[in-house]
Design a protein around this ligand. Structure first.
Ligand code: HEM
Ligand code: MG
Length: 232
């Protein structure tokens, strides 16, 4: 099976993104993690997750700015701070706190692991609480924290993508076990019963989940930024 899960080899590189890493660990992206083009990302996201291009094209385009190659990127370069990579991640530490904003961190992940107690799923409401809790920790512990409207937008999109890919993209409900395996092992939990999403995850299916997260979160900015221009 060309899409069997294989742990990265010592010379393979991975990113701060559990989504891209999972696609590479299953061979939807090159297992080396190197020289990855936007068309390769869009195809991998469709084949591996049923994520359509409209849901991730902006992130993919930003990704090209992480290195010098004109049309490709390496996964590890995506750790470039404040390009896409931001503080108050749900599975990685802040760059200024430990110097490692790239690798999965079990302590950071505790917030999500313990969220929505008493039930076996996560949803947009629990994701909003996780975002608030993670940001509060960063604000309290990271004197260099960046927290502008750009960060809340990126973080909210990422949480919405996670719920959609691991669960039902129409309700935003995702089984706890699938989400945990996604972060902890960067593996598709096919053996545990996970199936590739239907319908296709698009900008339109993400919108309501995104809006619910933003309406539940208590987020406020602590710095301003320029308005983000993402499309004509
Ligand atoms: C972070 C999922 C596509 C780049 C994340 C996070 C999730 C996620 C859940 C949050 C991790 C955390 O907070 O610890 C996905 C899924 C994708 C996808 C399911 C579907 C294919 C992409 C694409 C790019 C990208 C296309 C750019 C080429 C990043 C980066 C981060 C990230 C740089 C780190 C942000 C941070 O937490 O500091 N992604 N992602 N992702 N993603 Fe993705
Ligand atoms: Mg981060």
């Amino acid at each position: 099976d060309p899409h069997e899960w294989v742990a990265p080899a010592a010379t393979d590189v991975r990113s701060p993104c559990p989504g891209l890493n999972t696609l590479a660990n299953h061979g939807y992206l090159p297992r080396t993690g190197k020289n990855i083009s936007i068309p390769m990302i869009l195809q991998a996201a469709m084949d591996g997750f049923d994520v359509g291009p409209g849901a991730i094209i902006q992130a993919a385009k930003f990704g090209l700015l992480s290195g010098d190659a004109p049309t490709t990127m390496d996964l590890d370069a995506l750790k470039l701070h404040n390009l896409i990579e931001h503080d108050a991640s749900i599975s990685r530490n802040d760059l200024a706190v430990t110097g490692d904003n790239l690798h999965f961190n079990e302590t950071i992940f505790t917030t999500l692991a313990n969220a929505n107690p008493g039930v076996d799923y996560y949803n947009a409401t629990s994701a909003a609480h996780v975002q608030d809790e993670r940001l509060a920790i960063s604000l309290a512990t990271n004197p260099h924290v960046t927290n502008t409207p750009k960060e809340v937008e990126v973080r909210t999109r990422e949480s919405g993508l996670c719920l959609s890919v691991m669960g039902d993209p129409l309700t935003g409900v995702a089984p706890r076990q699938f989400v945990q395996i996604f972060f902890q092992e960067e593996r598709l939990s096919i053996a545990e019963g996970w199936k590739r999403s239907t319908p296709t995850i698009t900008a339109e299916t993400l919108d309501p989940i995104h809006d619910t997260i933003l309406s539940v979160t208590n987020w406020t900015y602590t710095q301003r930024c320029e308005d983000l221009v993402l499309e004509p």
